[in-house]
Design a protein around this ligand. Structure first.
Ligand SMILES: [Zn+2]
Length: 83
């Protein structure tokens, strides 16, 4: 859950940075702020993506992604090892 939020924040922040960079004057502190957003937000999105991936596991029977806590695959109905 946290992963999805971080990915969303990262992408939103990146575009905010791009928009801000276009409206900022050369050398202004707003431009530095925009640069930080453009550089920092992809990192946040990447961390979020890693957390998001960690949130699930792959079903060994059908290779679909299911929740980590699941004991039965929602795609093929196979029994899964908890954890
Ligand atoms: Zn399955």
């Amino acid at each position: 859950m946290l992963g999805k939020i971080l990915v969303g924040l990262g992408i939103a922040g990146f575009f905010l940075g791009v928009i801000e960079a276009q409206s900022a004057f050369q050398g202004s502190h707003k431009q530095i702020e925009a640069g930080l957003l453009i550089l920092g937000c992809p990192v946040i999105a990447l961390i979020g993506l890693l957390l998001w991936r960690r949130d699930g596991k792959k079903c060994p029977h059908c290779a679909e992604r299911v929740k980590r806590q699941a004991i039965r695959c929602k795609h093929c109905g196979s029994e899964l090892k908890p954890g």
